[in-house]
Design a protein around this ligand. Structure first.
Ligand SMILES: [Zn+2]
Length: 344
């Protein structure tokens, strides 16, 4: 009997040692299985009772029960203690979570070429004393056509393939020129505005055409406005955008209903001095349209053409960007191709 007593004491003491050394929930679970499990050390003491006499059973039965119950209680206490510790540790590490910590492999973004170019254009025009003006992309036929001297049934309407909306007399603007009318109707001359934005044409898409592209528009109205002022402004603007001090512009006659005379603007090729593939070996590149504002357009803007005159010019922003950065497919500018976009 002495042996059973010793055995109980041994199990009790080794359980306490194991419990003390269980410093994690995993280690504690090992201790539980070893001592309190169905085949654990305490369970293995139980069968020894049945070989004892009634008196001995009365002595050792309660001893074994006490061992079992006190061990279980000690185990649960230790479990609660360890769980609380783990919870506090997690809370502490949450508190110290560093949102600015370096995350390997993260992708850095940059401004889209359109945004970069728009900011550059606006900087140039603001430095020249222009105001930046804006207008809606869904426009009335009046602002998009009639007011710009393109009456209904006029052949000039066919020059721009238009998206007509189901709403009566509403279109997606085919150029940024309606902003000219909107500005003249709300501001008194002298005025100088630049407007940038998206325009829409009903066109099939290929490498050099898209149904949506961006335009840039300038309008100056004052007394005694001349073509030399117009050409000087365009030369300054293109020279700054292409970062060429010696950039030249030339004008050829062109037809745009809202200007008279109308001019096609060419600039000297910024990439060569003797001709290259970009300028088709001509040294000149077509850049946009311009002219003196048609008297009828001034009238539609509420301005007396006998007193005031004006000049206007328009460039394709998309074309300027493609040209400067030598992009050969317009669709790349509107794609989400990150390999393409991250070059800029
Ligand atoms: Zn060239």
């Amino acid at each position: 009997m002495k042996q059973l007593k010793l055995e109980i004491e041994r199990v009790q003491s080794s359980f306490q040692t194991a419990l003390m050394q269980s410093n994690s929930l995993e280690a504690l679970e090992m201790t539980r299985v070893t001592f309190l499990g169905r085949k654990g050390e305490i369970a293995q003491l139980m069968p020894l009772l049945k070989d004892l006499s009634q008196d001995e059973k009365r002595e050792f039965g309660p001893l074994l029960n006490v061992l079992k119950e006190s061990s279980e209680r000690a185990y649960f206490d230790k479990q609660t203690l360890l769980q609380n510790l783990e919870y506090e540790k997690a809370e502490e590490s949450d508190k110290n979570f560093d949102v600015t910590a370096y995350k390997p492999g993260s992708v850095k973004g940059s401004l889209h070429l359109y945004t970069q170019a728009t900011q550059r254009f606006e900087d140039i025009f603001i430095s020249l004393g222009y105001t930046i003006a804006d207008g809606p992309e869904v426009e009335t036929e009046f602002y998009n056509f009639e007011a710009l001297n393109i009456p209904e049934n006029h052949p000039a309407r066919d020059m721009q393939d238009t998206f007509f909306l189901k709403l009566p007399y509403m279109v997606l603007r085919t150029h940024t020129s309606p902003v000219q009318i909107r500005t003249m109707l709300t501001q008194k001359p002298p005025l100088a505005i630049a407007s940038l934005g998206r325009v829409f044409r009903y066109e099939a898409t290929d490498a050099s055409h898209d149904f949506m592209f961006r335009q840039l528009e300038g309008l100056v109205v004052d007394k005694n406005i001349s073509i030399s002022q117009l050409l000087g402004t365009i030369r300054l603007f293109l020279g700054q955008f292409f970062e060429k001090d010696d950039l030249q512009v030339r004008a050829r006659p062109g037809y745009f209903p809202f200007v008279e005379p109308g001019l096609e603007i060419d600039m000297s090729c910024p990439f060569c001095t003797k001709g290259c593939s970009t300028c088709s070996h001509t040294r000149w590149v077509e850049m946009g349209g311009a002219g003196l504002v048609h008297p009828r357009v001034l009238e539609h803007g509420g301005i007396d053409p006998k007193e005031y005159s004006g000049f206007a010019f328009g460039f394709g922003v998309t074309r300027l960007i493609m040209f400067k950065y030598r992009i050969h497919d317009i669709r790349l500018l509107h794609s989400a191709d990150s390999e393409f976009l991250k070059q800029f």
